[in-house]
Write a protein that binds this ligand. Structure first.
Ligand code: UDP
Ligand code: MG
Length: 322
């Protein structure tokens, strides 16, 4: 593999997930497409390299814009999914459907500095299989997004999930790293925790995260929280352990409480109050419900995994321009 890269220029695929991005896409095509052309010109990558745009079920002009661009330019490739599968699966679709030596995934909104791609490529050529883009500053994020995100990374670490701090889904991977990723059959995709499990030599590239060029975020609060929880429950069994631990603690405490009651009974103070009874009932129903809830979360995961549904379904692809 390494031999091949030094012998001939590697084919790079820049995978861009697009969900209702008609406002920003023209600029994205100009900036990322321009970068690709320049890298080809500078003989950093092969002339067959592509920008692979994945339309994740947008109903606006996103797909028309992609089709038009692909018809004019052989270095632009488009894939349209049959419905909205979500950011993570759109990325996967782009990587698995595009044949290349090196893959890089980047958001359509130009928040991530695409100039970092050059630096990533250097590290790959130096022998890395995965290069993580790490944002240096969060100046352009809202205060809420900034702190909730930082708290999330801390929490993940606490729960024993190995993710790269301040890295989202801007990363470069070699073909063999992507092929290894394919070996993971799971459906609950949380790539930033899954990719580190692939292993191999890796490095980080730091960049400044900018504000969205145009359009609005496709990750409103509820979706973001859902994504965070999906990441936790897909990779950490700590919540389950916590329930077990709480169960033990409560059992222990109730044992002591029971001894106290027995002592009272033996000494003729049999007037066990209504309050204590109700307290015991409520505490126990609470703990039981909580436990059931968490177990249910994991059962839901198993439920989804055993179905082995396809990760994505392609509707159509563009044909290369002449
Ligand atoms: N995206 C997608 N499918 C979705 C939601 C988002 O393909 O269901 C894409 C979106 O077009 C963008 C990237 O994922 O290229 C990141 O989304 P966004 O910029 O809205 O998220 P934020 O940066 O605000 O977290
Ligand atoms: Mg964004």
């Amino acid at each position: 593999e390494e031999m091949k890269m030094t012998e001939k220029l590697p084919k790079l695929a820049i995978v861009v997930p697009c969900y209702y991005e008609e406002e920003v896409l023209p600029k994205t095509l100009k900036v990322i497409g321009g970068l690709l052309k320049d890298m080809i010109k500078q003989k950093e990558i092969s002339g067959e390299s592509v920008v692979c745009l994945v339309n994740d079920g947008s109903k606006d002009k996103t797909w028309q814009i992609i089709q038009k661009a692909a018809a004019k330019d052989k270095n632009i490739f488009g894939i349209s999914l049959s419905r909205n599968f979500g950011h993570q699966k759109a990325i996967i679709a782009g990587m698995y459907e595009c044949d290349a030596d090196i893959y890089v995934t980047i958001d359509a909104d130009l928040q991530d500095d695409c100039c970092a791609i050059r630096e990533m490529l250097k590290k790959i050529k130096d022998g890395c299989d995965i290069v993580y883009g790490v944002r240096d500053s969060r100046d352009t994020d809202t205060i809420f997004k900034k702190y909730s995100a930082l708290a999330f990374y801390k929490l993940m670490k606490l729960l024993g999930v190995n993710i790269v701090y301040n890295h989202a889904d801007f990363r470069m991977m070699t073909r063999r790293a992507v092929n290894s990723l394919k070996e993971f059959p799971e459906r609950n995709l949380f790539l930033r925790a899954l990719v580190p499990l692939v292993g191999f030599k890796y490095d980080k590239v730091y960049y400044d995260r900018k504000a969205r060029e145009a359009g609005e975020t496709k990750y409103p609060l509820m979706k973001m929280l859902g994504f965070a929880w999906s990441g936790i429950s897909s990779f950490s069994i700590v919540p389950l352990r916590l329930v077990t631990f709480t169960g033990f603690a409560v059992c222990f405490l109730s044992l002591i409480f029971m001894m106290y009651l027995l002592y009272g009974w033996a000494h003729g103070k049999t007037l066990v109050g209504w309050a204590s009874l109700v307290t015991v009932i409520t505490v126990f129903s609470g703990v039981q419900l909580l436990s059931l809830g968490v177990i249910g979360e994991y059962m839901a995961k198993i439920f989804i995994e055993v179905k082995h549904r396809p990760l994505y379904i392609i509707d159509e692809k563009t044909t290369p321009a002449k």
